[in-house]
Design a protein around this ligand. Sequence first.
Ligand code: G6P
Length: 595
Amino acid sequence: MCGIFAVSGEETKAGEMVLRGLKKLEYRGYDSWGVAVRTETSGSIDIAKEVGKISSVKRTFSASSESMGHTRWATHGGVTKSNAHPHKVGRVTIVHNGIFENYEAWKKKLVGTHHGASVKFKSETDTEVIAGMMSEQITRLRDNEITSKKISEIIRKVCAEIQGRFAILVMVEGVPGIFAARRGSPLIIGRGEKETFIASDIPAFLERTNVVNYLDDDELVYISGGKAEFSNLRTGERVKKRNVTVKWRVEEAEKGEFPHFMIKEIFEQKDTIARAINHEDKMLVKAAKLLHSANGAYFVACGTAHKVAMAAEYFFSEVAGRKINVVPASEMPSFEKFVNKKTVIIAVSQSGETADVLEILERGKKRGAKILALTNVESSSIARMANVHLPIHAGPEKAVASTKAATAQMALLFLLAFADSNQINFGRFVLRSTAASINDLLNPRYEDRIRRVAKRIIKHDNLFIIGRGSLYPMALESAIKIQEVSYIHAQGFAAGELKHGPIALIEKGTPCLVLGDDQETVSNATELKARGAFIIGVSPTKQSVFDEWLRVPDCNGAQAIATIIPVQILAYHLAVLRGLDPDMPRNLAKSVTVK
Ligand code: G6P
């Protein structure tokens, strides 16, 4: 969702630096952007903002050593220049990620009470109301009372009134430095030698430093030059933070020789699947023990991670004889009455920040449930809430469409199913050979072959996918991949459900992806073909019913992991052939931090 980036240091080109950093956060998804700089000469805070993409923006700002910026994904108010952040009221400039749920009541209160004069709100956003609340407090002070200490106090007071999750950054005219506070939305502090950064994700400042402090919920930080002071957002007490050196390398967060992040990340699966299972046995045993202790377990996840969880439901059933319920996080409220202190909630989330998942975990914790989490970001909110956290080690995933994180999650969950039945070594053996055959598969010739198949179906507006067993969730995931980047209407079905409705949609030439080559699925493919469908098989063996065949290795029970890879490549090429940017699909965001 929104991206936030700020710097305070010795630089005199802080505005340009913030613009560069925001470009690195583009992958989070956004519709407008804005930058505020504290001008060196007058000390005033100047704002530039626009609707549209930031990638091609080239501009200069007034000389400044302090700046903050924002990429907005609209929630309150349309995509307009006036709704873009930063927002300024009086001396206060602010950028914000999250939702201020009770902003309307505060907006009403503020109009007419702003030190005798009404606040004229210029936008429809909840964010501007926060700036108004702070500004209203500042106007009650004499000039010599306006200090960084006082501003921290005001931020604490205002944040106490906000219902909902947020991350905010505040600059105040006349007070050097930048303030930031969080409750539920990520903020990371980058510690350079002479400069300090605040960002919603590490790639924004990775070229300058890999030493970070993670701001926790209900914490406030005040940065100025090379200094950062942390305090508790509720009590004001000082908080000591640990410097953490992150292992991400700059190249991992860059496209390198690849035209897009999506295809780079698809090819990284040569390594990431093997990396995902590189866990000490004792961590897997600990996670398995948690499952053993449970009386009722639920996977909660969203989007692709939810389809991964559905595949894992099959892994656990087949390998460990355990039934785990799978519920999209947004639907879990209907089942919360079954959650108690014997329940284990298994959260699967690439970002570890998805709001719907976080909310279920918070409420589950209150009911005494234990949490097992798989995420790609060890410092994420979900990881930190978990009783047991298993990182998937996929490295930064920047394309909106999740690829390498999904297969890494599946590999780790597959291994966990084996750990659950005391067969870690055998699970590792199966996954290592799966990783090795995927390594052999992923080469330019294979990609070329899939590009040719994409060309054959590019003109079609509808596409259907079928699969059985753990390939059924992969049929659903295939549909997501194709929809989100190529905008082709794609739908996945359980192969056996075909005759109960979907087959009515098949016309002459309708492309259908058939995942798997088991006898029943092949006969479903034959039924499709009899109605005129164009069949693309994705399987270890070639079948005569296939018009096109995308080979995948035979991976035993881990077939779901291998099968999704050619579909990811197909989705990518469908998008590119349609002239679309697969990394930044319309209306979507990488990390969905609002409900
Ligand atoms: C968004 C992303 C998807 C992702 C989903 C869940 O919709 O576009 O790629 O699967 O959120 O995100 P998470 O970070 O929790 O895995």
